[in-house]
Design a protein around this ligand. Structure first.
Ligand SMILES: Cc1ncc(COP(=O)(O)O)c(C=O)c1O
Length: 524
């Protein structure tokens, strides 16, 4: 493909390529369905860097003009985007039922996972705010073959509604895996859900009413906080330390607030990475039983362990059925599968199953069959081993980068598994204020406030995901964060600070930097 370029022109080359392709698509010279040259090929034809072409394609893709198809190439989508909607008369009121809705709970919540991201101002923004593994590791090609195999073998039966409780062979496989891990599950006790978020929502809808109290760790998973807020619940936070939830503080809260549910992430907690110690696991189970409060155990990355021995899940020591266990294939495999599950027994399981049936009819039959085939032939386990090896290296790379680039007063501990590092900034810093500065420096972080029932409590914290990037990208991301910290406005920090000493299995990172945070000019 020939595209006339003017290297001396002040319009960047990628914009020149983008504009040329945009004109060609609009004029019909590149009709819908045209396969564009690969970025490597076009870069070589034009004598430019491959990244230049990638940027041009990314802009066109963002506008819905072209789309990449995995393993096949990039195609023109349509000669022109959809015609614009007729403008809405801003003075015309919404229908009454819409106006009534505006004040109601649920209708005014923001993005369920924090905030709607601001449009990237930096051309190569490094996103460390994510909450999944690396999409480049998703076994897309293998999965395509597995889906094709399912379609070939099972045909139309894979496309019916299927069992409302989940594809039985998948439930059986899940039960086998859990039993091997010490959770004595039977297929009848497994309910497959559209992701674990759906499982959390089902439990909330069945067990909780607006105004009920729910106990969470402080901090905890932002999506659960949003969900509980949407249900109008009172959220009661229990502090957390290196050994997980501070269970010794729980009993007073149980007596004070009479919660209807305890939501906990005992393994590689999101966001802190902490693991609940064995004695605390026992205490938590005993307390829940004594006060007859169900535990919702969210085991979202339990198999992404990089060292140490796994603690059995709470559900492994639950003969009386106090624990509703929830897990997902989103983090350990791919979130787009939208496949998670819960394990429970007794009336609560019946209630959850019925709720799922009336609200959803069934979860995606084809995807469950494909997943079952994928696990049964051993590919899932192989993927997990590979991902764990890689993520471990990335965790170490990010820890090294933090050690090397960030001021020594920034505290962090090495998690034994999972996806995240949880950083504590020195006094006087605010991660919410740091966010736009970091963004301008080219890195996106997850500010701590998102993870606390009361956002203000998270001001000095931030979460970084190490799993989704190569070590060099992590290094660069942390370097940019260091730049942002240096230029963030804040009151002058105190002189010294040190990381916590070695904790439990997470082992604190020691580092020998003497560097101090630079003193910045006081706020104007
Ligand atoms: C702790 C935790 N639980 C549950 C979920 C929901 O995941 P999914 O609905 O994709 O299974 C997430 C997603 O970020 C999470 O971090």
């Amino acid at each position: 493909m020939r595209i006339p370029l003017e290297p001396q022109h002040r319009t960047p080359l990628f914009r020149q390529i983008e504009a040329h392709l945009r004109r060609s698509i609009a004029s019909g010279r590149l009709p819908a369905g045209t396969r564009l040259p690969s970025t490597r090929r076009l870069a070589s034809d034009l004598g430019v860097n491959r990244l230049t072409v990638e940027n041009a394609y990314a802009e066109l893709e963002a506008d819905g003009l072209i789309a990449g198809r995995a393993g096949s190439g990039t195609y023109v989508l349509a000669a022109s985007p959809l015609p614009p909607l007729p403008p809405r008369d801003a003075s015309a009121p919404w229908p009454r039922w819409q106006r009534e809705l505006a004040g109601r709970r649920g209708a005014t919540l923001g993005d369920p996972l924090g905030r709607t991201p601001a449009p990237a101002r930096h051309r190569h923004l490094i996103r460390l705010d994510g909450g999944t593994g690396d999409p480049r590791l998703f076994p897309a090609e293998e999965f395509r073959k597995v889906i094709q195999g399912v379609m070939r073998r099972e045909g139309a039966s894979a496309l019916g509604y299927g069992d409302p409780g989940g594809f039985f062979p998948l439930r059986r496989t899940i039960a086998h895996v859990l039993t091997a891990q010490g959770v004595p599950a039977r297929p009848e006790n497994v309910l497959v859900t559209a992701g674990s978020q759906r499982a959390l929502a089902l439990v909330s809808a069945l067990l909780l009413r607006p105004g009920d109290a729910v106990v969470v760790e402080r901090p905890t998973y932002a999506g659960a906080l949003e969900l509980f807020r949407a249900h109008g619940l009172r959220i009661v936070g229990v502090p957390i330390d290196a050994q997980g939830m501070r269970v010794e503080e729980l009993e007073t809260l149980l007596l004070q607030h009479h919660p209807r549910l305890i939501y906990t992430l005992p393994t590689f907690q999101n966001p802190t990475g902490a693991c609940l110690s064995a004695p605390r696991r026992r205490q938590l189970l005993a307390l829940a039983a004594r006060h007859s409060v169900p535990i919702l155990e969210d085991d979202y990355v339990g198999d992404l362990r990089y060292e140490g021995r796994a603690q059995p899940a709470l559900k492994a020591s639950d003969p009386q059925g106090h624990v509703i266990y929830v897990s997902t294939f989103s983090k350990m495999l791919m979130p787009g599968l939208r496949t998670g599950f819960l394990v429970a027994e007794g009336p609560v399981l019946d209630g959850l199953r019925q709720l799922q049936r009336v609200e959803e009819l069934a979860t995606c039959n084809l995807m469950q069959r494909a997943l079952e085939a994928y696990i049964t032939v051993g590919r899932y386990q192989a993927h997990l081993r590979r991902a764990s090896r890689l993520y471990r290296r990335r965790r170490d790379a990010m820890l090294r980068a933090v050690e090397r680039s960030l001021p020594s007063q920034v505290q962090v501990e090495a998690p034994a598994g999972g996806l995240f590092l949880w950083l504590r900034l020195p006094e006087g810093y605010s991660s919410a204020e740091l966010l736009p500065v970091a963004e301008a420096a080219g890195v996106r972080i997850a500010p701590g406030g998102d993870f606390f029932p009361d956002a203000g409590d998270g001001a000095r914290f931030l979460r970084l995901c190490f799993a989704a990037h190569e070590p060099e990208e992590l290094l660069e991301g942390v370097r940019r964060l260091a730049t942002a910290l240096r230029s963030a406005e804040h009151p002058a920090p105190p002189a010294v600070g040190r990381r916590r000493g070695p904790g439990n299995e997470r082992g604190a990172v020691e580092h020998g930097r003497a560097e101090q945070l630079p003193s910045l000019p006081p706020r104007a």
